[in-house]
Write a protein that binds this ligand. Structure first.
Ligand SMILES: C[S@@+](CC[C@H](N)C(=O)[O-])C[C@H]1O[C@@H](n2cnc3c(N)ncnc32)[C@H](O)[C@@H]1O
Length: 319
């Protein structure tokens, strides 16, 4: 971690929100592999951070071919100085909102985001050449884990499509941070009284237990506008909350039994969130439990579409 709380937290301890870091070298290497850069190509990076990834790109492509955008002024200045110390002064370091890209340097052959997003910006499509590649960590609010996706821009430049490659966890693009709902906002005394009681045979392990499990990532693709909150285990049961992030304020709580027997659950509101998880799980099972290489994303004028098997089957959820 190189910054907490957008720079407001000072000192050696941890702050509340980690706002910048140098990414794990294995993740940096995998994303650069997916980007498939070749000498002479121009690259736009979103999320300069320390400047290390921009420095790697500059060493391969020539510093004058690299533009990097950082939203935080102090980080942008520090990265500019670090790149200069390495003889890479010609890298263009821009302080601004990377969601807008950097039109002055467009079109780029490649665009890489090193912050997580769940809404893909049109500007990046407009600023990348047809046939170019855009690598981003894309995820939902269902889990803190994103998956990197390598999108190839179509010949007419109006869409981009590609497969998911690796599960990762990035700091979110500032404007797309996941706000966690407060417990009392959701679970009012009145809603507790009105909640419908039920049971589920599904276990925590096979559905939403692991941040690094493909099942939770996939269920997040199918259960839109929903987040998961884990409570402390009590009396052999682990309460897990599902909260709708839409205005309806629906919630569900499953008291997962540690002995693997059927678990009791409660659901409240217009959405039956655990029913949505069960339907999503059944759909995933029917499809043969596709993993990252079989799942992908297309962005076009109509929005974001998730699919299985190179676009043959579109997931039944609008993003
Ligand atoms: C994981 S760090 C990037 C690591 C960096 N590539 C490196 O080599 O050190 C994510 C960065 O994205 C930046 N960021 C977040 N939202 C942004 C935005 N809207 N535009 C540009 N940068 C943003 C954060 O300030 C943070 O520095």
């Amino acid at each position: 971690m190189t910054q907490w709380d957008d720079g407001e937290h000072l000192g050696v301890g941890q702050g509340v929100v980690a706002s910048s870091s140098a990414s794990a070298p294995s993740v940096v290497a995998a994303m650069l592999r997916d980007l498939e850069v070749h000498p002479g190509q121009s690259v736009l990076e979103i999320g300069t951070g320390t400047g290390w990834n921009a420095g790697l790109l500059a060493s391969r492509l020539g510093a004058e071919n690299v533009t990097t955008v950082e939203v935080d002024k102090a980080l942008a200045e520090a990265a500019r100085a670090a790149l200069e110390r390495q003889g890479l002064k010609a890298v263009t370091v821009v302080c601004g909102d990377g969601f807008q890209g950097h039109p002055a340097g467009a079109p780029y052959d490649r665009i890489i985001a090193t912050c997580g997003l769940h809404t893909f910006p049109r500007t990046w499509l407009e600023q990348c050449r047809p046939g170019g590649v855009i690598v981003v960590p894309w995820g939902t609010r269902f889990t803190p884990t994103e998956a990197t996706v390598a999108l190839t821009v179509s010949e007419n430049g109006r869409s981009a499509t590609g497969k998911f490659t690796e599960l990762v966890q990035f700091m979110s693009l500032r404007a797309q941070r996941r706000g966690m709902p407060g417990y009392t906002d959701y679970v009012t005394a009145e809603s507790r009284e009105k909640a419908a009681r039920g049971v589920t045979a599904l276990t925590l392990e096979e559905t939403i237990a692991g941040e690094w499990e493909i099942s939770r990532f996939v269920l997040g693709l199918l259960v839109a506008d929903c987040t998961v909150i884990f409570d402390e285990p009590q009396d052999g049961r682990r309460p897990v909350w599902l909260c709708s992030l839409a205005d309806d304020r629906s919630w569900a709580c499953v008291l997962f039994r540690e002995d693997g027997q059927e678990s009791t659950l409660y659901q409240y509101g217009d959405r039956r969130l655990w029913d949505e998880v069960e339907a999503a799980y059944a759909w995933w099972r029917e499809q043969g439990r596709p993993g990252l290489g079989r799942l992908g994303l297309t962005v076009d004028d109509a929005g974001q579409h998730l699919w299985v098997e190179s676009g043959q089957r579109v997931l039944p959820v609008a993003w």
